[in-house]
Design a protein around this ligand. Structure first.
Ligand SMILES: NC(=O)c1ccc[n+]([C@@H]2O[C@H](COP(=O)([O-])OP(=O)(O)OC[C@H]3O[C@@H](n4cnc5c(N)ncnc54)[C@H](OP(=O)(O)O)[C@@H]3O)[C@@H](O)[C@H]2O)c1
Length: 327
């Protein structure tokens, strides 16, 4: 089968289209013919081995997982003998987690990490949901404990996570303030945001409005500034952030570390988000999608051999929402 492989960390030039062995499902795995995959900020972190400390898990001298990509949607082609629910022909979607492997014609995935595809979404839309959607769900529902009537602010609203987070916050009953650049204001308003702050003109940490939950997906503001935008007992959910553009994500890493150190001593709740793929979250995302509350926005679609160009676009050119690969 064809796959995008990588043997050393570096720029998108280190990614090549290669012929590799088609995977064989283990006893508890399903083999999926990938119809679409989606890019996440995670993919360029994994490609560059950045931040460097993450290489302890991803592989010291080069990526342990040779095939890049996490999110996929496709059809089950075969199942291992211990698989209970999934059957060949089922339309599914999922997140491969740190195992990676989605930028390929086939993937093997444990049955526990794959779910039926939302019936009303195309494979491209379904592939755009897992990692970004799980992050949004964990950030708002689980960590943020968003309830009807809460005032929620999302910094980084036009990105892959942010465009889903705006919709989920509305579905949870919140009043949503979304922060993005000028050209994305109309898009974000169309997703349901009650108020949009254009960060090129206004500073959301300097206005009088206070929020019950602040979901930060950018990592470009200090803890002091972010906390200024919270109610006295509000919750700050830090997801990381960091835009490559020739730099490094070390700034946001410090923000997370400082947040962890400060959390026990203040009234604000500070939660450092660490997402993990799960069937339970995929099922919740499907329910929101099928109820018409969650529709992924796709910015661009590339063929499998276009993954290097797609990652270059994602990391350098302010991509909007999701960038998707069709195989
Ligand atoms: N903790 C976890 O487990 C976890 C899981 C998933 C993702 N993440 C992290 O969460 C972050 C967001 O993920 P994503 O997939 O949504 O990334 P993305 O699609 O690349 O979105 C990044 C967002 O940052 C915004 N941005 C860039 N510069 C900005 C600035 N100066 N001020 C305000 N906004 C700015 C972008 O908007 P403009 O283009 O309009 O500037 C865009 O909305 C990533 O860094 C990712 O690594 C963490």
């Amino acid at each position: 089968m064809k796959a995008i492989v990588q043997d050393r960390y570096g720029s998108p030039e280190t990614l090549t289209l290669a012929e590799v062995d088609k995977p064989v499902p283990a006893a508890d795995e399903v083999l999926v013919r990938v119809e679409a995959a989606a890019l996440n900020a995670y993919d360029w972190h994994a490609m560059r081995g950045d931040p460097r400390m993450a290489r302890l898990a991803m592989g010291r001298s080069g990526p342990k997982a040779r095939i890049r990509g996490r999110d996929f949607a496709g059809r089950v082609e075969a199942v291992g003998p211990h698989v209970r629910e999934m059957r060949p022909g089922d339309a599914v979607f999922g997140d491969l987690g740190d195992a990676n492997g989605a930028f390929a014609e086939y993937v093997c995935v444990p049955e526990a990490l794959v779910a039926p595809k939302p019936a009303n979404l195309t494979p491209q839309q379904a592939a755009a949901l897992p990692l970004a959607g799980i992050t949004a769900l964990m950030g708002l529902r689980d960590a943020g404990q968003v309830e009807p009537g809460h005032r929620v602010l999302i910094n980084g609203a036009s990105g892959g996570v942010g465009t889903l987070a705006v919709q989920l916050a509305k579905a949870l009953g919140a009043t949503v303030t979304a922060v993005c650049r000028t050209r994305n204001v109309d898009l974000i308003r169309s997703l349901g945001a009650d108020r949009v702050v254009d960060y090129t003109r206004d500073d959301f940490t300097r206005d009088a409005r206070r929020h019950d939950v602040l979901f930060d997906l950018v990592g470009n503001r200090s803890l002091t500034a972010l906390r200024r935008a919270l109610t006295p007992t509000g919750t700050l959910v830090l997801s990381g952030g960091g835009v490559y553009r020739g730099g490094s994500v070390i700034g946001p890493v410090w923000l997370l570390m400082r947040g962890r150190m400060l959390a026990p001593f203040i009234r604000h709740r500070i939660v450092i988000l660490a997402t993990a793929p799960s069937r339970q979250h995929l099922d919740a995302l499907r329910a929101y999608a099928e109820a018409g509350r969650l529709t992924p926005v796709i910015d661009r679609t590339y063929p499998l051999h276009g993954v290097p160009q797609a990652i270059r676009y994602l990391e350098g050119e302010h991509a909007r929402a999701k960038v998707v690969i069709t195989t």
